[in-house]
Design a protein around this ligand. Structure first.
Ligand code: ZN
Length: 499
C-alpha cells in the first residue's frame, strides 16, 4: 500500500506543477507507481527505458474469489497474488451447470451455495453420451435421455454394437448397422459359428476354434460335455451330473452309477408294477405295494404254502406243475442240487409260473453228521446249480429231515423253513390219504410238507389244489406267505408257519 500513497503524492505534485507548464510538459508513469514530468521532446527517450505516458499502461485489474475487483500497478501484482488476488477473472470463477441445460459463471466462494440449489460442477454430471446403431454419438441432457431412447438412441456402446468373430480367432466390435456388411466378408456374429466349447474329464472347459477341434480331441478334450460327465443317483431320488474324474469320490459317499441300483420294483395286487427309490419303499408298502409280486393275493384272506421236497423228478414233478398252473396256484420246491442239475427245464418252468425254489442240500444227508466243510459244500453247490439254471440263488433253506443246529444255520446263512403240517406222503404213498390229511389240517398261514418225487403225491395234488381253493385258501409261495403275513425272513431264524 506504500506505493499507492506514493502515487497519490506524485499526482498532487503534478497538479501543482502542471498548472504552470501545461503546454510544454508530459506526465509519465512507471509500473512501480512512480511518475515524472518531462518535456514532450524528452518523452520519446523516457519511453525507451520503461516509462509510459498513460496510467492504464502501468496498472491492471485483479480479482478476489468472493467477487471484489481492485486496480493495482503491474509491479505490485506478485505482492497481491500472495494475499489471494488473481490476475484473471477466470481464476476466481467457475462455470456451473443445471439439469435443464443452463450454464452460469459464479465466484468460487459461491460454488457451495449453488450446489445446494441444484447446480453441478461439470457438464458430464447433467448429460449423458448416447449412441446410434450407425456409429454416431451424441451428448444429451439427462432429462432428455428417455426421449432420445424413444427415437433410436442407446445408453451404451454395447447396445449398438456386436462382437463379431473370424474363423482364425480374431474378434471385432462392430456397429449393428455394419453387421451385415461384415458377414459378407467372412465374419460371424455368433461365437459358436467359429469355435466350440471343449471339455476335459476333470471339469475344465476351453473354447477352441473349429479348425483346431480335431487336434484338441487327440490330446484328451471332448466337444460334448456328456462325454466327460456321468449322471449319478441317490437312494432318495436325487440325481447329480459329475465329471468322470469325480465319479469314484461320489460313489464313496452314497451315490450310484445306475438308476436301477437305487430303485426297487414294487407290485400291486391288480398287476401293476412301479419302480420306486429305495428310500421310498417303506412308504409305498404301507399303501398297498409289495416287494414280491402278489399275483392277486388278498392279504386279508387265508393262504397256505404247499411245499415239495427232494425233487425235481422228471416223472412226477411236471404233473404237479401242471396242476398248479391250471389253477393259478404256486408252491415252493425244496430241490436237491444233484436232481436240479439234471432237470434244468423243470426248474425254469417252476420260476416261470411263479413258484419258488428252496435249497434242500445237494444229496440229502443229515447235515448234523457232516463236517462244516461238507455242510458248506452241500449248501453252496446247490446254490450254484440253481443260480446257473434260473439266474438267482434260492433265498431259503430246508435242511434234510428237518435236522439242523446253529453251526449249520451259520454256514448256510439263509432263513430256514420247516413245516407246520407233515403229510407223511412218503410213508403212506396213498393219494386219497394225503388229500384228506391236507384238507383236514389246512389252516391260514400253514406250511404243508409233501414230496414231489412220489406219483401218489402228484395224484393227490390234482384234487388238493382245487379243493383248497374252493375252501377259500390262496396257494402261495413261502416268500409270499411270509410277506403277506408281515414277516421279514432273516438268516439265522427258523420258520415253520406264518400266522
Ligand atoms: Zn427231504
Amino acid at each position: 500500500m506504500k506505493k499507492l500513497i506514493a502515487v497519490l503524492m506524485a499526482m498532487n505534485i503534478c497538479f501543482l506543477t502542471g498548472s504552470v507548464h501545461a503546454q510544454e510538459k508530459i506526465t509519465m508513469y512507471s509500473i512501480d507507481g512512480s511518475r515524472i514530468t518531462v518535456s514532450a521532446s524528452e518523452a520519446e527517450e523516457y519511453k525507451k527505458v520503461g516509462w509510459y505516458d498513460n496510467l492504464s499502461q502501468v496498472t491492471t485489474v485483479m480479482y478476489s474469489a468472493d467477487g471484489r475487483e481492485t486496480t493495482v500497478f503491474i509491479g505490485e501484482v506478485p505482492e497481491y497474488k500472495n494475499v489471494g488476488w488473481y490476475e484473471n477473472l477466470s481464476d476466481v470463477t467457475k462455470t456451473m451447470y443445471s439439469l435443464d441445460g443452463r450454464e452460469i459463471t459464479v465466484f468460487l466462494t459461491d460454488v457451495p451455495a449453488y450446489r445446494a440449489v441444484g447446480w453441478y460442477d461439470s457438464r458430464s454430471q447433467v448429460t449423458k453420451t448416447m449412441y446410434s446403431t450407425d456409429g454416431r454419438e451424441i451428448t444429451v441432457l439427462l432429462k432428455d435421455v428417455d426421449a432420445y431412447r424413444n427415437v433410436g438412441w442407446y445408453d451404451s456402446i454395447e447396445d449398438v454394437t456386436r462382437i463379431m468373430y473370424s474363423l482364425d480367432g480374431r474378434q471385432l466390435r462392430v456397429f449393428l448397422g455394419d453387421v451385415e456388411a461384415y458377414k459378407q466378408v467372412g465374419w460371424f456374429d455368433d461365437i459358436d459359428a467359429v469355435s466350440k466349447e471343449m471339455y476335459s474329464i476333470d471339469g475344465r472347459s476351453i473354447r477352441v476354434l473349429l479348425k483346431d477341434i480335431d487336434a484338441y480331441k487327440k490330446v484328451g478334450w471332448y466337444d460334448d460335455i456328456r462325454d466327460v460327465t456321468k449322471i449319478l443317483y441317490a437312494p432318495d431320488g436325487r440325481e447329480i451330473t459329475v465329471f468322470l474324474s469325480e465319479v469314484d469320490a461320489y460313489k464313496q459317499v452314497g451315490w450310484y452309477e445306475y438308476k436301477s441300483h437305487v430303485q426297487k420294483t414294487l407290485y400291486s395286487r391288480d398287476g401293476r408294477e412301479i419302480a420306486v427309490f429305495l428310500d421310498d419303499v417303506e412308504a409305498y408298502k404301507q399303501v398297498g405295494w409289495y416287494e414280491i409280486r402278489p399275483y392277486g393275493v388278498d392279504p386279508l384272506k387265508p393262504m397256505i404254502a404247499l411245499t415239495f421236497d427232494d425233487g425235481p423228478k422228471a416223472s412226477t414233478t411236471p404233473s404237479i406243475l401242471d396242476t398248479l398252473e391250471k389253477y393259478g396256484a404256486r408252491a415252493t420246491f425244496f430241490v436237491l442240487g444233484n436232481s436240479a442239475k439234471n432237470n434244468p427245464d423243470i426248474l425254469q418252468r417252476m420260476v416261470s409260473i411263479g413258484c419258488q425254489i428252496g435249497n434242500h442240500s445237494y444229496s440229502h444227508p443229515d447235515l448234523k453228521t457232516y463236517s462244516a466243510t461238507n455242510v458248506a459244500y452241500q449248501i453252496d453247490t446247490t446254490e450254484a446249480i440253481v443260480s446257473s439254471i434260473v439266474g438267482f440263488e434260492p433265498a431259503v433253506v430246508r435242511p434234510p429231515y428237518g435236522s439242523y443246529n446253529k453251526d449249520i444255520m451259520a454256514i448256510a446263512d439263509k432263513p430256514f423253513i420247516l413245516w407246520s403240517v407233515d403229510t407223511l406222503d412218503w410213508k403212506y404213498r396213498d393219494a386219497e390219504y394225503v388229500k384228506n390229511y391236507v384238507l383236514k389240517t389246512a389252516r391260514d398261514g400253514a406250511i404243508i410238507l409233501m414230496h414231489d418225487i412220489h406219483s401218489t403225491t402228484a395224484e393227490a395234488v390234482k384234487s388238493i389244489v382245487p379243493e383248497l381253493i374252493a375252501k377259500g385258501y390262496q396257494l402261495v409261495t413261502i416268500d409270499e406267505l411270509a410277506a403277506h403275513k408281515g414277516y421279514t425272513l432273516q438268516s439265522g431264524y427258523v420258520y415253520s408257519q406264518f400266522k
